[in-house]
Ligand binder design. Structure first.
Ligand code: TXA
Ligand code: MG
Length: 348
């Protein structure tokens, strides 16, 4: 199959709408990451997403809409959901609600709940409006790769597998949406993202955090969100996270890099902008400013993909405090590192 990568124009949006109505797949930009869309009410089309991504069939998809009236056929809406939609839609918040019968089980992976979100990216909204259909869309990466934040990332993973990629530039947030379950007793964050716990609590009161956000699932522990079961966001090389006081971390990165490089590894460090000069001899990859977790979020997946392109096999990374957007960063970075963490003071 020939994959077209087109800027989002009237013509390419019209083409996207035709393809989607015809049951085909279209990759499109959102403010979080790029999505791989299919007509959500067409089970056959939805199964195509799983095939193109190599995604396990038991990992459910998010249904994207541009108008709340579309929810009538999709889910049971409750009071908290309405409040959250008022506050955060369109935007990077996905809400889990009881499903309605029209939603194929291919979308929900046989669950009786469904994930819904209204993205804010103008190209996503324009495409959704044009086709007028609810669109099921996971991130547009091959399963196990970091989510794509540019059209080029999508092309690298999906060339030859889908007919169309709409190019809308770099994704703004850079990490996937916050996934919030409203079917549990209390609202519960299954996946942290750009809409933080405190932002949600300001609207609906106390919100829980799923247990496995900053650690691996324990043996026999059931994932609240099936996506959390899978090895995710993982570069080919081995990532190790370095924690500790700022100066200790920089010194530890220097030593760990020197040791790994001395053993013949293709090694590098992921460090804050402020430390790039001090680590100039350690193949530094700049992840953004130390006090700006949103910038780190924005750059993280591009950096992880670069490490693979450069065939790095040993990677040492700084960390951000797991608060606010930093929680989302550490959820993804932790999984990229399989939660392998070293205390800087033990290395220097
Ligand atoms: O920002 C985003 O959310 C992007 C853009 C394209 O919208 N989409 C995205 O989709 O990240 P995906 O499929 O990569 O992640 C969806 C997550 C998965 O962890 C999945 O298990 C969870 O949402 N999920 C979907 N439906 C669910 C449900 N009914 N119950 C629990 N978790 C669900
Ligand atoms: Mg994904």
């Amino acid at each position: 199959m020939n994959t077209q990568l087109l800027p989002a124009t009237e013509d390419s949006l019209a083409l996207a709408a035709r393809l989607l109505a015809d049951g085909q797949l279209v990759a499109f930009p959102t403010e979080t990451v790029y999505g791989l869309g299919a007509h959500a009410m067409d089970a056959q089309a939805v199964l195509g997403i799983f095939a193109a991504k190599g995604r396990p069939g038991d990992n459910p998809l998010i249904v994207h809409i541009h108008d709340r009236s579309q929810l009538e056929d999709i889910c049971e809406v409750n009071e908290n959901a309405l409040r959250l939609m008022d506050a955060f839609w369109p935007g990077p918040l996905t809400i889990i609600l009881p499903r309605k019968n029209a939603v194929p089980y291919a979308v929900t992976a046989n669950l009786e709940t469904v994930a819904v979100r209204m993205p804010s990216h103008p190209v996503a909204l324009a495409m959704l409006q044009r086709c007028g259909l609810p669109i099921a869309a996971p991130s547009a990466n091959r399963s196990g790769k970091p989510s794509p934040t540019t059209a080029q990332h999508v092309l690298a993973d999906m060339d030859g597998r889908i007919p169309l990629i709409l190019d809308g530039g770099e994704s703004d947030v850079g990490l996937e949406s916050t996934v919030l379950s409203l079917v549990s007793e209390r609202p519960c964050i299954l996946r942290p993202g750009g809409i933080t716990q405190s932002m949600l609590e300001a609207v609906v009161g106390p919100v829980d955090l799923a247990g496995s956000i900053l650690r691996p699932l324990e043996k026999g522990e059931k994932a609240l969100s099936p996506g959390m079961m899978y090895k995710h966001y993982s570069p080919d090389g081995q990532v190790t996270l370095i924690e500790g006081a700022e100066n200790d971390v920089v010194e530890a990165l220097r030593r760990l890099y020197a040791h790994a490089a001395g053993e013949g590894h293709r090694a590098c460090v992921m460090c804050f902008t402020e430390h790039v000069n001090a680590l100039a001899d350690c193949a530094p990859h700049d992840i953004g400013h130390r006090n700006d977790p949103a910038e780190v979020a924005h750059r993280l997946f591009d950096t992880l993909r670069r490490l693979d392109d450069e065939k790095m096999d040993v990677i040492f990374s700084e960390v951000v405090p797991p608060e606010g957007v930093g929680l989302a960063v550490m959820n993804r970075l932790g999984r990229a590192a399989a939660f392998r963490t070293v205390q800087a003071e033990n290395v220097i």
